[in-house]
Design a protein around this ligand. Structure first.
Ligand code: GDP
Ligand code: IMO
Ligand code: MG
Length: 427
């Protein structure tokens, strides 16, 4: 029986990860975020009430699961506390259930300023980041001058480290980007205030996970973004700054490969992308508009419209391999209910090997296979028997092309709109 399951997106994010994490979190002891930051927007809909989570793990609306934030997550203290307070205002107990690794890199105001200044300087080549300071915060971690949450909770350490980092950022912001400087004292005071508030939530996330595993507990790892946004395996440089693929679990939570029993690949029945960058199956026609409209495709974090297109089985097969995906969860199947025909990209022309970066991706010409649409309602479906035969044929073909079985379907935004063919924790 699986006791440790990873949920990650196989496309460019917004596949519906949050909804599935919330659903499966009902039976687990801990839900763990391991990479990304508040660039994520994970939507949960329970009895018609919508909740969008950014850093707090999507297990927070269940009774039992502890919500852990591993060392691989970049944490903006102010944004995190806003999220905590928003939930508390609805009567949800958060602080006693939330555990933060003190090793998480802190996102501070100058990271956000730098993210925005860089994007502005890139002009038409902008990545279309969420403007949350994600890239600069990870950059500081790798350069080894970043501050961690632990530093915020220690006034002397905070002061020592912050002075030189702020000096460095202000030099770049003012002289190179012609942007405004940040004020050291204001940043320091706010960071110290937030450090005090966060300190009681510090825990040894890695140690806790190993103890839980030894005690036979169930763990759910919650990925953010999607595999094609991975810093190494994605459409570089139009990617995010973390490893969104499965390796991120090991480094971002401190577990070993044998601590993962099952990987659930969340895959939208079509494809969306928000921000710039290559997207071979993107549509600029009535089908694309129908996907956007029926799927309500607007970013959960920034509200930007999402670009839409057909499912790309070539990229999905690659991402299934990169992640060692055990089973697929196909989400938003209901969005395709009204289509006369559905298409799948089955091959790439114009490239000899899987594209390594944006330039190679630009040469890809997708080859499509067309299947009949089912033209009947799957919305809200919970029973596999009710699946129209054309929808079944579409899913069978996806399994064949991607090389991984479909274990779950999501048929609506509501928590219980799912068909479970094989439960990830049962295998
Ligand atoms: P995440 O970032 O992967 O958690 O996904 P988002 O929450 O950003 O985007 C998914 C959107 O689709 C949200 O608005 C969900 O409420 C919605 N959603 C999730 N699953 C389904 C589904 O099966 N059908 C439909 N129609 N909407 C869904
Ligand atoms: P969830 O977890 C979709 C995209 C941004 C941009 C690129 C880099 O909700 O699936 P960043 O701010 O990370 O430096 O931006 O990555 N991006 C996402 N797209 N869903 C997300 O998260 C995303 N997080 C970042 O739009 O193209
Ligand atoms: Mg999202």
């Amino acid at each position: 029986m699986s006791r440790s399951v990873v949920i990650l997106g196989t496309q460019w994010g917004d596949e519906g990860k949050g909804k599935i994490v919330d659903l499966l979190a009902r039976d687990v002891d801990a839900v763990v975020r391991y990479q990304g930051g508040h660039n994520a927007g994970h939507t949960l809909v329970i009895n018609g009430e919508k909740t969008v989570l950014h850093v707090i793990p999507s297990g927070v609306l269940t009774e039992r699961a502890r919500c852990l934030v591993g060392n691989g997550v970049v944490v903006a203290p102010q944004a995190l506390m806003k999220e905590v307070e928003g939930l508390e205002a609805r009567g949800i107990e958060v602080r006693s259930r939330l555990g933060l690794s003190p090793a998480c890199p802190a996102i501070l105001p100058f990271h956000e300023a730098m993210d925005r200044a860089r994007e502005a300087a890139r002009g038409s080549r902008a990545i279309g980041t969420t403007g949350r300071g994600i890239g600069p915060a990870y950059e500081d971690k790798i350069v080894r001058h970043g501050l961690r949450l632990a530093d915020l909770a220690d006034p002397q350490r905070l002061k020592d480290k912050l002075e030189s980092v702020v000096d460095y950022y202000n030099f770049l912001l003012v002289n190179y980007y012609k942007a405004e400087a940040v004020v050291l004292q204001a940043v320091a005071d706010e960071a110290a205030r937030l450090g005090e508030i966060l300190k009681p939530m510090f825990t040894d996330v890695t140690g806790d996970l190993h103890d839980l595993r030894a005690a036979g507990g169930k763990i759910l790892f919650e990925g953010a973004q999607g595999s094609l946004l991975d810093i190494d395996h994605g459409t570089y440089p139009f990617v995010t700054s973390s490893n969104t693929t499965v390796g991120g679990v090991l480094t971002g939570a401190g577990v070993g490969p044998r601590d993962i029993d099952y990987v659930l690949g969340i895959t939208k029945a079509y494809t969306t992308r928000v921000g710039g960058g290559p997207f071979p199956t993107e549509l600029d026609d009535a089908d694309g508009r129908m996907m956007a409209e029926r799927g309500v495709e607007f970013g959960a974090t920034t509200g930007r419209p999402r670009r839409c297109g057909w499912l790309d089985a070539v990229a999905m097969k690659r991402m299934a391999r990169v992640n060692g995906v055990t089973g697929l969860c196909i989400t938003k199947l209901d969005v395709l209910d009204t289509f006369e025909q559905v298409k799948i990209c089955t091959a790439y022309e114009g490239v000899d090997y899987f594209p390594v970066g944006a330039e190679e991706w630009q040469s890809v010409r997708p080859v499509y296979e067309t299947l009949p649409g089912w033209k009947s309602q799957t919305k809200g479906l919970t029973d596999v028997g009710g699946l129209p035969s054309a929808a079944r044929a579409y899913l069978d073909r996806l399994e064949e092309l991607i090389g991984v079985p479909v274990h779950m379907l999501s048929t609506g935004p509501e928590r219980d709109a799912n068909v479970i063919l094989q439960h990830p924790f049962s295998g």
